[in-house]
Design a protein around this ligand. Structure first.
Ligand SMILES: Cc1cc2nc3c(=O)[nH]c(=O)nc-3n(C[C@H](O)[C@H](O)[C@H](O)COP(=O)(O)OP(=O)(O)OC[C@H]3O[C@@H](n4cnc5c(N)ncnc54)[C@H](O)[C@@H]3O)c2cc1C
Length: 406
């Protein structure tokens, strides 16, 4: 078991879970959990879903009330970690304070990729990653307002669906040829495009926003690469994130498209680990390096490092899964649905309930489900055990998935 203080930088899903799991595993030494957002550690997924709709106050997002940190003897510190002195094993903070560590965990997450076009810094150009950003946006969701969403990824589409349900006029601009193209199969893209269009959202594919139009400081619309103009008084940017690697890189730790860690989630310095959205980890399950942005990845990474620091070192081998709520539809994904060569549909698209089973060389590699939670849970159990079923079995709704598991 690690001796001496564990310092965790970042109290998102990964940092919070790490602190909680260390205590659950019986770690008895000091834990300092550092965050530069002025809130108790909170969940992000509702920020583009229930919270954005107006359900609940900030308390509904918190992982635990303040008392938890007190009772668990976790020092929750609001500050920004400015640098790491590895030879002195010290973290230096923006406030001027410093903390010694025995083991340091970087759980710094990711930040919004910013738009770099004329007028992108106007007040009505918004992003959606933090509680403060969601809080500000939810007050802008009033009927009749015109919103342009830049990017048809998960967050852009979740925002678009919520805004439309709140009575806004919504246009989504996407450079790719289909929605969520980087993350899902064409079957799922097509379904969601139809559903959002039927709800009254206008989706423009294969075009780029080249400028924000304004009258003084007020946004009036956007101009597109094909010469069109779309009127708007609110622009929401969802063009992806950048992992927060700078702190690690400045301390001489290898970083590229993430902080580079091995199969145990250790950086090149054995006293420093990295977890969650910021970590580019060596994956034995899939081969190569992966950086994932999901609650599953953040919390499973955290549990793996907590186990190592309390004497139960294991290779990280989590099975990726993810969900996205868009209007009335729930998308759930398991496995890695990239690199497939065959897709088999199970269920009924016309009934808004189906799954895309993805195969590579005859082996099931992932399942994307729309409103079919049973298929998703089946996939979680089957793929965790490295199992498969044939494409013919997947397509046959008479084939009993539960029996296949048994
Ligand atoms: C709107 C939204 C909806 C989402 N929906 C889903 C979903 O439906 N399903 C799903 O699986 N995933 C979803 N995600 C992704 C998921 O929330 C992230 O993968 C997860 O939050 C990653 O956790 P993390 O702890 O690695 O990083 P983060 O949550 O980014 O937390 C990192 C924290 O560290 C702080 N920090 C960074 N640098 C420093 C520093 N130097 N000093 C101090 N503090 C620092 C940051 O301010 C931040 O608070 C969503 C994300 C967003 C933004």
């Amino acid at each position: 078991m690690a001796q001496g203080p564990v310092v965790i930088i970042g109290a998102g899903h990964a940092g919070f879970q790490l602190a909680a799991s260390l205590r659950q595993n019986g770690f008895g030494e000091r834990i300092a959990l550092i965050n530069d957002e002025g809130h108790l550690p909170y969940q992000r997924p509702p920020l583009s879903k229930a919270y954005l709709k107006g359900t609940g106050g900030p308390d509904s997002l918190m992982f635990r009330p303040e008392k938890f940190y007190h009772d668990q003897n976790i020092d929750l510190i609001t500050d920004h970690a400015a640098s790491i002195d590895r030879s002195a094993r010290k973290v230096l903070f923006a406030s001027g304070a410093s903390l010694d560590y025995r083991h340091l965990v970087l759980a710094t997450g990711a930040r919004n990729r910013l738009l770099d076009i004329p007028n992108a810094s106007l007040e009505a150009v918004r992003y959606l990653r933090t509680l403060d950003e969601s809080e500000a946006l939810r007050h802008l969701l009033t009927p009749g307002r015109r919103a342009v969403v830049i990017g048809a990824g998960f967050i852009g589409l979740e925002f678009a669906a919520t805004a439309r349900a709140k009575g806004l006029e919504v246009d989504v601009i996407e450079l790719g040829v289909r929605v969520m193209a980087r993350a899902v199969t064409a079957e799922i893209s097509e379904f969601f495009q139809l559903r959002h269009t039927a709800a009254g959202i206008r989706i423009h594919l294969g075009v780029q926003v080249t400028g924000i139009e304004s009258s003084g400081a007020k946004v009036t619309g956007v101009s597109l690469s094909d010469g069109r103009h779309i009127g708007a008084d609110l622009v929401v940017v969802g063009v992806g994130v950048l992992p927060n690697v700078e702190l690690a890189a400045a301390a001489g730790l290898p970083a590229a498209a993430g902080i580079i860690v091995d199969e145990n989630l250790r950086t090149s310095d054995p006293d420093i680990s990295a977890v969650g959205d910021c970590a580019l980890f060596a994956s034995r399950r899939f081969g190569g390096s992966l950086r994932l942005e999901s609650v599953q990845n953040a919390t499973d990474h955290a549990r793996c490092v907590a186990a190592r620091l309390t004497g139960d070192a294991k290779i990280y081998d989590g099975l990726p899964w993810f969900w996205s709520d868009q209007g009335p539809d729930k998308l759930q994904m398991v496995g890695l649905t990239t690199g497939y060569d065959r897709v088999v549909v199970r269920g009924d698209r016309a009934q808004n309930a189906f799954s895309a089973f993805c195969y590579a060389a005859g082996q099931l590699v992932g399942i994307e489900s729309v409103n079919r939670a049973g298929d998703h849970m089946f996939g979680r159990r089957l793929l965790a055990a490295n199992g498969s079923i044939t494409p013919e079995q997947a397509a046959d709704t008479g084939f009993d998935l539960k029996r296949a598991l048994a």
